[in-house]
Ligand binder design. Structure first.
Ligand code: ADP
Ligand code: MG
Length: 289
């Protein structure tokens, strides 16, 4: 039978909006050595804003946004949702895309009104269009960039701002105080962006440009040093969440696949609740032993 203290811990955590899917996960939470954090939608707000747009082929900005947003209707990525919302705010009506394929964490491709549209990271789009000379200055500056390809050409860039979540700093110091020795960032995004957004947080390392498989590999490598907690929100995080000793999903706005793969789901959209959940885990284990 599961000790009463652990059951009580599970229900206390649930009151804080931290759904822990079993006594095993609660116990392991009190033993975590390494924390691995996803960036977009986990450490950052995941409700980015379009700061500016650059159209490279002389296409009207609204038209660039309209075609990009039409395609992004098919994606659950936080960038996609922000781009669709921005287009609606401008009163643009969005046609339904067809033949859509998504590479999780990289971007989407499909057809909009007969045109071939690509939206995603700079690398994803530039690999799939005719080579162009565009070296966007914002790339080096570490801005979050979404590239748009239309009919085989790099048609433009959307420059996005995706700030740190409120409570991210508190969460990190709470977890450090509870015995977490090593904190790493694991992102599908570019290193420049990851470095800029985590500046001053005192992380122990950044792993950028990772595919979903590479996130899994990182979890398994870190596991050799001790129990690993991985926190993520996206479809691209689901395999790594499953591979971690404790996988934590940002459940409120994250992908359903990540919530299913996780051992712990944050039902409220607040990263600082992870610190509270861990305190409860420590308390419950002290009483249970
Ligand atoms: P993280 O691993 O930090 O959560 P993601 O891998 O989810 O980050 O996203 C990293 C980058 O991938 C984004 O900054 C963006 O450039 C690109 N990206 C992935 N999917 C999309 C999409 N559907 N629309 C726009 N950009 C996307
Ligand atoms: Mg993410």
């Amino acid at each position: 039978a599961v000790p009463v203290a652990l059951v009580a811990g599970l229900s206390r955590a649930a009151h804080f909006g931290v759904l822990i899917k079993g006594a095993g996960a609660l116990e392991t939470m009190a033993n975590i050595r390494t924390l691995i954090l996803d960036k977009t939608g986990t450490l950052t707000d995941g409700q980015p804003r379009i700061v500016s747009m650059d159209s490279h082929l002389g296409m009207d900005e609204d038209e660039l946004l309209r075609l990009a947003a039409a395609l992004e209707q098919a994606s659950k990525h936080p960038m996609a949702q922000a781009i669709v919302a921005a287009a609606r705010t401008r009163g643009l009506s969005l046609p339904v895309p067809s033949e859509v394929t998504e590479v999780p964490g990289e971007g989407v491709a499909g057809r909009v009104e007969g045109r071939v549209v690509l939206v995603g990271g700079h690398g994803f789009v530039s690999d799939r269009v005719e080579r162009t000379a565009v070296e966007h200055p914002a790339l080096a500056a570490g801005a979050v960039l979404v590239a748009v390809g239309i009919d085989g050409q790099l048609a433009g860039h959307l420059i996005m701002a995706d700030p740190l979540r409120d409570g991210a700093r508190d969460m990190l110091s709470s977890l450090r105080g509870q015995g977490v020795k090593r904190i790493l960032l694991a992102t599908g995004d570019r290193r420049e962006v990851a470095e800029r957004v985590t500046q001053g947080l005192g992380l122990d390392g950044i792993r950028a440009g990772l595919t979903p498989d590479q996130k899994v590999l990182l979890v398994l490598t870190e596991h050799k040093r001790g129990p690993v907690m991985m926190v993520g929100d996206g479809v691209n995080d689901a395999p790594a969440l499953a591979a971690a000793d404790v996988g934590v999903a940002m459940g409120a706005r994250g992908a359903a696949a990540s919530a299913e793969a996780a051992d712990v789901v944050l039902l409220v959209d607040r990263i600082d609740r992870l610190g509270a959940g861990m305190e409860i885990a420590h308390g419950a284990r002290r009483i249970a032993l």
